[in-house]
Design a protein. Structure first.
Length: 279
């Protein structure tokens, strides 16, 4: 198995939105913000090569929307999606599978691009099967007032139209050494990839635990649909990760890529912080 991690791009969001009910006086001690209360997040993508598959996990914002849309997310730096893959020896045509943790725009927008001349859409990864949990797909297609700005049909309906969509019904192994857990607190059907790699288990925490600062059980995003369910799902995942010495891989933390865990007086916290390349 070969595993790679790269940052598609940085973007900015409101710090208060990312930490929900936690006061700024507390979260700002561990995650800095600018004068506009914005914090910098990353869009890290994971590439796993195993058993004849080249699997890409999440694809970032993409570039279909107009300048006004992207002005609000403040995209900057990072390697880019196809550029990051090329830097690791892969072309878009090499990707056999795209696993989408969920269908919010910052996680799936890079799957689809505008056709030349603006005559419709096409898949960025033409040879890939795109895997989404059935619960998330049905929720996103139905849409709702809380998430309507995040569920953009042009990001995922072309995948359905292409015939290259696989809906995942259950937790378990999708590929050799790659399993998914399905969560419901952030958005119904959020898939968390779990990878067995070199004798260790890597948990790509996605939007369940977007940054190291979100390890405390009640430090959660205001974007979560069911906050109490997020707490229960985090507790379960963190307790298992602590007991089995798993490594957490953070998708959105600008400062920390990975950590392992230890029990502290106030709960489960980071033990060692390190770069993915050190695994």
């Amino acid at each position: 198995m070969k595993v790679s991690l790269f940052n598609i791009a940085n973007f900015k969001v409101d710090g208060g939105a990312m930490f929900g009910v936690v006061p700024k006086a507390l979260w700002s001690r561990v995650y800095s913000s600018d004068e506009n209360n914005l914090i910098v997040l990353t869009l890290r993508a994971l590439v796993v090569e195993t058993d004849g598959h080249v699997i890409l996990v999440d694809t970032g914002w993409g570039d279909k929307q107009d300048e006004k849309f992207f002005r609000h997310v403040h995209l900057h730096n990072g390697e880019g999606l196809t550029e990051g893959l090329m830097n690791r020896g892969y072309n878009a045509e090499d990707i056999t599978d795209v696993v989408l943790t969920h269908l919010h725009a910052d996680h799936c927008g890079g799957c689809v691009r505008n056709k030349p001349g603006g005559t419709g859409f096409e898949l960025v990864f033409p040879n890939a099967i795109h895997h989404v949990s059935r619960a998330q797909w049905e929720w996103a297609v139905k849409n709702n007032p809380r998430e309507e700005d995040a569920f953009l049909e042009e990001n995922f309906i072309p995948i359905l139209d292409s015939g290259q969509l696989n809906l995942v019904d259950e937790e378990g192994e999708l590929f050799k050494g790659v399993s998914v857990r399905i969560c419901y607190g952030h958005t119904p059907g959020l898939m968390i990839p779990v990878i067995d790699y070199n004798g260790r288990t890597l948990v790509y925490t996605g939007d369940l635990i977007p940054t190291l600062a979100h390890l405390p059980l009640i430090w959660n995003m205001s974007y979560d649909i069911e906050s109490l369910r997020t707490i229960d799902e985090k507790r379960s995942m963190l307790e298992e990760a602590l007991a089995k010495n798993h490594i957490l891989v953070f998708q959105h933390d600008h400062h920390v890529e990975c950590c392992d865990l230890q029990m502290k007086p106030k709960g489960i916290r980071a033990k060692n912080k390190f770069k993915f390349s050190e695994i």
